[in-house]
Design a protein around this ligand. Structure first.
Ligand code: URA
Length: 427
């Protein structure tokens, strides 16, 4: 086959801060998936994009080329509108677990293709896999059946969905090219658009525990993704939400499932409940479903019924006891006062070191590992009061996990200003 371009030509365009043409973008993504563009060449191109950016035409074409590298799913056989939510990742962010069955209980279908933990942030599939018997991999017909029967499905993306992203993401992970707004936006949106949802709500996290720690960067990322979604015909909106403090009172796989069950039973921590309801309202509105009240679906048990059906449909036993870590360690307040801050990133790193996340790709995670939080910013504590309980199967992990928490909790006389739960909304 005669190639239309060379990788060096294309790298030079972006190196010299020029625009890539549509045909150059189509070629480079396709040629990379075919193995004609080598990893070292794509790494150089990704770095030029990280440094020099892409305009909105380039970004839209780049995202389209990634979508076209694989299949595009279709849910037109369903009798309900489809809507999905995507979070850019945070610490203790278990919202998908109560949210998907909640939105299903209110009449929309939720085809959730989720991921595994990335760095200090947890992954929905790792959390769901702590439920005995539950399996993440479904074929497309199995996914359709689960959506028809339960209204919601949470599963892994198959290898046919945006394969360009799988290759590019793995390369970005090892070449320092993850934190680029166009690269993150195209990576997330190529998968979400290929997933075939007709509406999408993005939860873009900001604060020290998020990939975009500055609210202004998070807003730019949210804008870029909303524009990509709209261009592709998906009703898309975004909430930029706080990730300066962990969400809820748990971080870690089975611990987060337990907390999600509390929310589905009508209880749970106020911030998790508030964000779940807000996102459910946005999703139902984006899907054109009116007259449903997510708050009452949590209180009257219908969201819990959908959860149980959804777990069973994927081989899980909703009545089975969740795994518990073998070892526990209590961390207490070093002084009396009011907790003025709790660093989400440090808590996330500690949870990761306890065994809830991976050191290397493909590693098994510990289902029971994680942190329970006993007091959050604004709480008055006395010296010796419990702040965290660390959970792990291997006591040898406590030392490094505790080291990660050094200085994570500041106790003073008054709470410092926190980010509001919803920082901005983009429609
Ligand atoms: N999640 C993704 O899927 N891609 C990114 O680039 C970052 C977070």
């Amino acid at each position: 086959m005669v190639e239309s371009f060379t990788a060096v030509e294309i790298i030079s365009v972006k190196r010299d801060r020029q625009e890539l043409s549509d045909s150059q973008i189509d070629w480079v993504i396709n040629a990379y998936v075919r193995g004609v563009v080598a990893d070292e060449q794509m790494s150089a191109l990704l770095m030029t994009i990280l440094l020099n950016g892409m305009n909105s035409r380039e970004l839209s074409r780049w995202t389209d080329a990634m979508i076209k590298s694989g299949e595009r799913m279709n849910w037109s056989a369903l009798d309900r509108p489809t809507v999905d939510k995507h979070s850019t990742g945070g610490v203790g962010d278990k919202i998908t677990l109560p949210l998907a069955p909640l939105v299903a209980a209110c009449g929309a279908a939720v085809p959730q293709l989720s991921g595994r933990g990335l760095g200090h942030t947890g992954g929905t599939l790792d959390k769901m896999e702590s439920i005995p018997g539950w399996r993440a991999s479904l074929t497309n017909p199995e996914m359709l059946k689960a959506l028809q029967d339960c209204g919601a499905v949470i599963c892994a993306a198959g290898s046919g969905l945006a394969p360009a992203d799988k290759k590019l993401y793995a390369l970005r992970d090892v070449t320092g090219t993850v934190p680029s707004i166009p690269l993150i936006a195209s990576s997330i949106m190529s998968k979400k658009i290929a997933e075939g949802t007709s509406a999408l709500v993005l939860d873009v996290k900001t604060g020290n525990g998020a990939f975009m720690s500055e609210p202004e960067d998070a807003r730019r990322l949210a804008n870029a993704m909303v524009e990509l979604g709209k261009r592709a015909g998906v009703t898309t909106r975004a909430l930029v939400t706080a990730m300066d403090v962990p969400l809820g009172l748990t971080a870690g796989n089975a611990l987060e499932v337990r907390e999600s069950l509390e929310v589905l039973a009508g209880g749970g921590p106020a911030d998790v409940v508030e964000l779940t309801i807000l996102l459910a309202q946005e999703m139902l509105d984006a899907a054109g479903v009116s007259g449903k009240d997510p708050e009452s679906a949590l209180k009257n048990g219908s969201a819990m019924d959908h959860w149980r059906r959804m777990v069973r449909a994927q081989g899980g036993d909703p009545n089975a006891a969740l795994p518990i870590a073998r070892e526990k360690k209590l961390i207490t307040a070093e002084e009396s006062g009011v907790i003025s801050s709790m660093n989400a990133l440090q808590v996330g790193i500690s949870v990761w070191r306890l065994g809830a996340g991976r050191e290397r790709q493909g590693e098994k995670v510990q289902a029971g590992a994680g942190i329970e939080i006993h007091a959050k910013p604004g709480s008055q504590v006395n010296k010796g009061d419990p702040i965290f309980t660390l959970h792990t199967d291997e006591a040898a992990r406590f030392e490094r996990a505790e080291a990660a928490l050094s200085g994570a909790v500041v106790i003073g006389t008054s709470p410092v200003e926190r980010l509001p739960l919803v920082v901005t909304k983009i429609v």
